[in-house]
Design a protein around this ligand. Structure first.
Ligand code: DP6
Length: 399
């Protein structure tokens, strides 16, 4: 490297997606390594609608590792952040010792500056830690010249983050080994596999989640025998069925498994002692609307799933989206003077029939849902090549 570049920081920016589990991960068998008690399966959401962007800069002149999240400097000593940094540096050292010829110029002793932002509100309760850790690990890997398997490192940031390393339909195999080396994510099908599939995130009027997933699942593992039964006897069969449903693009089978698995996850929360409630009255109304809608048509056209919060994620096929949006607007009349109700992929409005409204037959709940994000399955993390998109300037500080 020419002498005059030595102190210029090496800067890389990447983006990574959010994922939504249709077979849920809930419960760890090892807290630090983040090893789950069951396998899980998710759909990676498209980054045009939901993504994290992370810039990592390294330079000989940086004094210490630092991180800024959504505009605010945070503590770099967070144990999970440290796990990811340590793993990346360890792999990089290993490659160097193995004499890898394509190692880039980043010195192992160099400190890193990390800056990360989400293009969606953290308060919306969407899986920001999954996209965040996937993006962090993917970007660090580019900086330190590491190729290959990254899901095992992302997993150590946040369990669900390992699935955001891949696009499309992704399984996280729980693995058997004590050191966690076989607890990895794998793509089941790419995002192009099922182009008609649509995903609508119904953002319940923003409320922060009462119990975080990390501590919630700890209490569940300690107290819920339903969770133990689920992990041992239910999930293995469901994983196999879900993979089949995805491969065959069998929407009814996919949808029914998705709803049953979400319901069982929330049942394990109720079986936790003291119980944990993530669903609220808006979530319950969404569940009822979906079942009554499906019953009216005599086929499963919609599916819901909920994570550790009240926001519903609805799966459907493209042709049903316009009617679904109208149904949601009707049963959850939005605030009139608010912003756009539907964001993301454009939707052409249609009228819904009196017959359908009557078949659903529920009282509308005003302002229960603040907006909808319409999206589809999308690709895994990406490197941004345009330097104007770096979140850190040449001085290594947020722009
Ligand atoms: C309900 O991955 O957030 O969203 O591993 O402790 O960081 P930690 O938990 P996290 O848990 C996600 C739980 C879930 C289900 C899922 O995404 O599979």
């Amino acid at each position: 490297m020419p002498e005059d570049c030595v102190d210029k920081p090496h800067i890389v920016t990447c983006t990574a997606p959010v994922n939504i589990a249709v077979i849920k991960y809930w419960g760890k068998r090892h807290e630090e390594l983040i090893l789950p008690i069951n396998s899980s399966l998710s759909v990676t959401l498209h980054q045009d609608q939901l993504k994290t962007t992370t810039t990592v800069a390294t330079s000989r002149s940086f004094q210490e590792d630092r991180i800024w999240l959504n505009g605010k400097e945070e503590d770099i000593n967070h144990p999970r952040l440290q796990s990811c940094l340590r793993e990346i540096r360890r792999l990089s050292r290993k490659r160097r010792n193995d004499g890898d010829p394509i190692l880039n110029a980043t010195g192992l002793s160099h400190k890193v500056h990390i800056c990360s932002v989400n293009n969606f509100p953290t308060a919306a309760g969407l899986a920001s830690s999954a996209a965040g850790f996937a993006c962090l690990v993917y970007t660090l890997a580019q900086v330190f010249g590491i190729e290959g398997e990254l899901s095992g490192i992302a997993r150590q940031g946040s369990g669900s983050a390992c699935r955001s390393i891949y696009g499309g339909f992704v399984q996280w195999l729980m693995g058997q080994k004590e050191d966690g080396k076989d607890s990895l994510a794998q793509q089941v099908e790419p995002e192009s596999h099922w182009p008609e599939l649509r995903i609508l995130v119904l953002v319940a009027s923003a409320e922060r989640k009462p119990v975080g997933s990390t501590s919630g699942m700890q209490t569940s593992v300690q107290t819920s025998c339903l969770l133990k039964h689920r992990a041992e006897s239910v999930v293995p069969g469901r994983m196999a069925e879900m993979i089949q449903a995805v491969r065959r693009k069998d929407f009814a089978a996919f949808a029914e498994l998705t709803m049953k698995d979400s319901n069982q996850f929330h049942a394990t929360c109720l079986d936790t002692y003291p119980p944990i409630f993530y669903l609220n009255s808006v979530s319950q109304q969404v569940i009822n609307v979906v079942h009554r809608y499906n019953r009216h048509y005599g086929e499963t056209r919609l599916a819901y799933t909920f994570d550790a919060g009240p926001n519903a994620v609805i799966f459907t096929l493209q042709q049903h989206v316009p009617e679904l949006v109208e149904v949601v607007q009707h049963f959850f009349p939005p605030e009139t003077n608010g912003g756009q109700f539907i964001k993301g992929l454009p939707v052409n409005p249609v009228a819904i029939s009196e017959e359908l409204k009557q078949a659903i037959g529920l009282e509308p709940m005003s302002k229960g849902i603040s907006y909808i994000i319409s999206t589809k399955a999308g690709p895994g993390p990406r490197v941004l090549t345009d330097p104007t998109q770096h979140l850190l300037g040449p001085d290594g500080l947020p722009k």
